[in-house]
Ligand binder design. Structure first.
Ligand SMILES: [Zn+2]
Length: 502
């Protein structure tokens, strides 16, 4: 409004009002013209703006977690975009069944102003929706959990995998056809439950096979193994499925290098999480074990055995009540039985011919050590020969016979064993480091039975070797050399009055 300003300036100057007015008026007219043009332009602009406002569109606003992320034309388009977004996410997650909570995503009518281009820009795409749904973590998935006694033990993407797992166990342990009635049930409370979970769980889902393995072996229980004759620690570890180191940790009180029959080894065994129990009546043909009859034979040496005739097991028809847990028979109650075939006993000849005088070499007894230094003989309360040799030197049976005793009968003898050669002749071996045979073993002359040690009352590594006839102490060296005397029958000592060995 330059014209008006000039007019006011003229007024303030106070010089000739009319002249100033005229002058100003001329300028003002010019400026009115300009103002008119400006006004028209403004009006046009206003009309243009107004027309833009009016050219919007009625659309539907899509909100995720309360935030508008874009617009769709109508509910049909909304449904289609949501479906496409879900399919896209599902495909990226192994075909998982997806859930979108109604509360997390919503649709509301909204007037969207603007031209076609602006409206197109406001439209939400399925990619954009999928991305937002993932970002906002509103996508959930439906999973099926397998619960044992209320504890979740496996999670599946589908109900069919959960039931397949349980059916797999039932099929494996189902009663055989012969069992009537074929009934079975899980001992534990086992249930399949459906639940909504975050999408991340998809990477941790179980399959029926691994879940079944877990249900049958996923737990542990403490067990005890009783050592049998001849077991080595390596064999036991392999049998129990644990390492030798672990056995050592669990059994600090045991000497694993010198296990004895009946030693108890504690270990952790894998155990099932579920137990499928079946029960019913079954009729089976069972074997009747045969007996073994021993017949003495003077033709065989002591310690020798020969099978005269093989045993044949019998057969019987048994009807019984049975209970099985995970396939293992846990309870049997016989109802009736009928013998179909009687067993035939095995006949075994057992040698009685004394071995004591048929030994080769210089004397009737073989050498218990390959070489030694004699440090003490029989006499002055000492009942054997002390034969010095390094630790671990093999000790051989002086004659064939039966191992009748292994143990630590009198502390002084340490690890100790006796061999009965028949005819009243025995050899005793004391202070052993290790013993390689077990009670009841038949041993041959010259067979290694132990190693030299320092156990019991001993001050150096040596074998305390005794020879006894009907319990009476002999001079061992003469039995080894051949220069032995037939024992005097009177001098019988009992084991319990034995003088401690040295
Ligand atoms: Zn001695």
């Amino acid at each position: 409004m330059e014209g008006l300003r000039i007019f006011l300036m003229a007024l303030s100057h106070g010089s000739g009002f009319r002249a100033a007015w005229r002058e100003a008026r001329a300028v003002q007219v010019k400026h009115h013209l300009r103002a008119g043009i400006t006004l028209a332009g403004g009006l046009l602009a206003a009309i243009f703006v107004l027309s833009s406002v009016l050219t919007g569109a009625e659309m539907m606003a899509v909100s995720v977690n309360g935030q508008v992320i874009g617009y769709v034309n109508d509910e049909a388009e909304y449904a289609s975009i949501v479906q496409s977004a879900k399919e896209k996410i599902s495909k990226e997650n192994g075909g998982t069944e997806l859930i979108i909570q109604d509360a997390d995503i919503s649709l509301a009518p909204k007037f969207v102003p603007g031209n076609e281009e602006a409206i197109a820009e406001a439209a939400v795409s399925e990619d954009q929706l999928a991305e937002t749904l993932l970002e906002e973590n509103v996508i959930k998935t439906n999973v099926y959990t397998l619960n044992v006694e209320g504890q979740e033990v496996a999670t599946f993407g589908s109900l069919s995998e959960a039931t397949e797992t349980l059916n797999g166990i039932v099929e494996e342990f189902e009663p055989q056809e012969a069992v009537e009635p074929a009934e079975g049930a899980f001992v534990e409370e086992v249930a399949i439950e459906s639940k909504t979970s975050d999408l991340e769980v998809v990477t941790e889902l179980d399959d029926a096979e691994t879940a079944k393995e877990h249900l049958l072996n996923g737990s542990t229980e403490k067990k005890v193994y009783a050592v049998s004759r001849g077991d080595t620690i390596e064999e036991i570890a392999a049998l129990l499925g644990v390492t030798v180191e672990q056995i050592a940790l669990d059994n600090p009180e045991l000497n694993l290098n010198n296990l004895k029959e009946g030693d108890l080894i504690k270990f952790q065994a894998s155990a099932p999480l579920v137990h499928y129990e079946t029960s019913g009546v079954e009729t089976v043909i069972e074997e009747i074990p045969f007996e073994t009859e021993e017949q003495k034979s003077e033709d065989l040496l002591v310690g020798e055995r020969e099978t005269l005739s093989e045993g044949i097991p019998g057969k019987r028809l048994v009807t019984r009540n049975v209970v099985r847990v995970n396939g293992d028979l846990t309870d049997v109650e016989e109802i009736s039985s009928e013998v179909l075939e009687e067993p035939v006993s095995e006949i075994v000849l057992v040698g009685t011919k004394p071995r004591m005088f048929d030994g080769g070499g210089d004397g009737p007894l073989g050498l218990p050590l390959a070489s030694w230094t004699l440090t003490r003989s029989v006499g002055n309360g000492h009942t054997g020969a002390d034969m010095c040799a390094p630790q671990g030197t093999p000790i051989y049976a002086a004659e064939g016979g039966t191992v009748t005793f292994i143990g630590m009968p009198y502390g002084a003898y340490g690890n100790f064993l006796k061999i009965d050669h028949g005819g009243g002749l025995e050899t005793w071996y004391a202070h052993c480091d290790t013993i390689n045979v077990s009670e009841g073993d038949q041993v041959a002359r010259g067979q290694q039975i132990a190693t030299v040690g320092i156990t019991g009352r001993a001050t150096a590594y040596h074998l305390h070797f005794e020879v006894r006839v009907n319990g009476a102490v002999q001079e061992p060296m003469s039995w080894l050399s051949g220069n032995y005397a037939v024992p005097a029958p009177a001098a019988t000592e009992t084991e319990t009055t034995e003088t401690p060995a040295e």
